[in-house]
Design a protein around this ligand. Structure first.
Ligand SMILES: *Cc1c(COP(=O)(O)O)cnc(C)c1O
Length: 368
């Protein structure tokens, strides 16, 4: 079986260093808010090219905390609107709802799966305060146009970078440095994955960073003095230490993902299959390799019968979820088409050329 994602093998590549990091934390006697976190925050900020990286408990909290901080700073309030792609993973939308703001769904572009910037302005109202672009599947959104629109209408830009670690924009600035603030996830299956839950926020905004640091720690800058009604969303020393190890090889691993993706793009020539559109090679880090096929379920079964595991990102659009009953009767046709037709092929840094060629051959033999 070719696994969709072989996490065992991915982490075994780092076994010695991860074990060393674990022992270092175990023997330090210090498990929360110590040197490992400090070092990770410095190194991740350097990597992304921003002033501040702030470790948090997970990617959803990263987005929740950014919006919450803007509320505390008086820039957002309950009932304000944030534009977000209609086909994103639900967490991007939950982060808005969790803060009592209103998510306004904007359809994506069918070729890139990313928010269609030409549809943004029609969705802006007097209540709009931000755009939350999601670099879905690892490919950057059109940040030039998004930032221009945001500037014109005085909106904040909050990037969801949960799938786009290391993706580079036109001017070589990296995902996480292309808006006002960004949320990252280090869920184990993400391109930079911890061995548990973890996340980070990046920004160049000192006031925002300071506010977030308090909010994630009970609303406190100084122990036992609480400025805000905060939460506990700290990134622990152990996960930070493990992430320090894995950050060291992220670039190398991303290059391998790009090689695998290029082999798929060059190799797959079955006319039943629609390949993803790539704007710039550097702007896509291939968190997942998503193709479209009119009978997606049939293709998935065929691939499984031929020992190729796949995943659907995602089977149900956010507006059709029970959690968002109020949207269930709305229609987002492009998003619905994407959710009906997409299927993600195996991709990772540990796939061999033989594995990739096998998947290509099996797909090229598929008859719809
Ligand atoms: C994974 C993911 C998140 C949430 O990250 P967690 O660490 O799982 O909370 C948010 N947005 C997108 C697009 C994601 O893929």
């Amino acid at each position: 079986m070719i696994k969709f994602l072989d996490l065992y093998n991915i982490n075994q590549q780092h076994k010695l260093k991860l074990t060393e990091a674990f022992e270092r934390v175990l023997n330090s006697g210090w498990y929360i808010m110590g040197n490992e976190l400090k070092q990770f925050e410095i190194e991740f900020a350097n990597y992304v090219g921003v002033k501040y990286a702030i470790g948090v408990a997970n990617g959803l909290d990263a987005l929740i905390l950014i919006i919450r901080a803007y509320k505390e700073l008086g820039l957002f309030k309950d009932g304000d609107e944030i534009l977000v792609p209609s086909n994103t993973y639900i967490a991007s939308i939950l982060a808005i709802s969790a803060n009592n703001l209103i998510p306004v769904l904007v359809e994506p572009d069918l070729g890139t799966f990313n928010i269609d910037p030409t549809l943004l302005e029609a969705n802006i109202t007097s209540k709009t305060v931000a755009i939350l672009p999601v670099h879905l599947y690892g490919q950057l959104c059109d940040m030039k146009m998004i930032n221009e629109i945001a500037k014109k209408h005085n909106l904040k830009v909050i990037e969801d970078c949960a799938q786009s670690h290391g993706a580079l924009g036109d001017d070589s600035r990296m995902a996480g440095n292309l808006g006002d603030a960004a949320g990252f996830s280090f869920y184990p299956g993400k391109n930079l994955g911890a061995l548990g839950d973890a996340g980070a926020i990046t920004t160049n905004d000192t006031e925002l960073a300071t506010t977030i640091k308090a909010l994630l720690n009970y609303g406190s800058h100084v122990k036992y003095q609480n400025k805000y009604k905060g939460i506990n969303s700290r990134l622990d020393e152990l996960q930070a230490a493990l992430l320090n190890v894995k950050l060291g090889t992220l670039e190398e691993e991303t290059s391998r993902r790009k090689e695998v993706a290029n082999k798929y793009i060059k190799g797959i020539n079955n006319t039943e299959i629609m390949l993803p559109q790539v704007k710039h090679q550097e702007a896509h880090v291939w968190h997942v390799f998503v193709i479209r096929c009119s009978d997606r379920d049939k293709l998935q079964k065929y691939l499984l019968d031929h020992q190729v595991q796949t995943v659907i990102h995602y089977p149900i659009p956010p507006h059709k979820q029970e959690a968002y009953k109020e949207w269930n009767n709305l229609s987002y046709p492009i998003s619905e088409k994407i959710h009906r037709e997409v299927i993600s092929l195996p991709i990772s840094q540990v796939m061999t050329d033989e594995d990739v060629q096998y998947v290509v051959d099996i797909i090229n033999n598929y008859k719809g």
